[in-house]
Design a binder for this molecule. Sequence first.
Ligand code: NAD
Length: 249
Amino acid sequence: MVAAASKGIGFAIAKQLTEEGCRVSICGRTEETLEAAAAEIGEETRSYVVDVSNAEDLSWWVEQTVQDLGKVDILVTNTGGPPAGPLAQLTDDQWQTGFDGTLMNIVRLVRELQPSMAENGWGRIVHITSLVAKEPSRVLPISSTLRAGIMALTRLQAVEYAQNGITVNSVLPGHTLTDRQTHLAELRAERESITVDEALVLQASEIPMKRMANAAEIAAAVTFLCSEQAAYITGTNILVDGGLTKGLA
Ligand code: NAD
């Protein structure tokens, strides 16, 4: 199961897992874009209209996937980024939206799927978060706060389920060329009175590799963590950021 996979990083993950032989269940909010994505990923891909911030939607997705594809071995919790903006201007509603969509979806999906993975003695769970989990961003206070919390949650889930053959890890992307990055560049362009193209060039120039990631480079780390070879890696939070994070990771 790969959540929020109609485009961007989620889509790239679903595609790579399919190439590795998985039958993939994807979800997203819009039927049209989801169906187009599923067709591009592969003919056995199933797609379901789900808002990951909605508890009932998530239960329904799990139920339908098990019914249509059988047991779930791999769960990738991806989602859209939570609301951005300066700390002083963020409303309670924006914080709540961020919490439901970014953190509670992880709690809920793992709680639903963990018992069957434990019964099978095998499971791979990967959360897609952000480099701001390790280096808080003034532009992304909600994301920074929640993603730091998800690092702790990842470790807790890993310890809790390790004896059942389930690994739980997070992948922390840096600047990646997707619609989300274009949105962040638009916000920067507005803040700094520059064009969106200039903002994108600036974003890339700040990365030691002097370029942004493409979504497939993030997916590669996820695909490895979902493999048999990664059986002994659990509870980690892996940066895929071209060297951007300055602290000791
Ligand atoms: P994106 O905007 O390109 O794609 C997000 C996908 O999530 C879309 O398919 C969208 O339809 C879906 N989605 C959004 N909200 C949803 C919801 N409530 N329910 C179901 N589906 C939903 O974003 P992306 O760049 O692929 O980012 C994926 C994740 O990685 C985000 O959480 C983002 O914060 C994080 N991230 C991205 C970057 C980057 O530079 N792109 C950097 C760090 C972290």
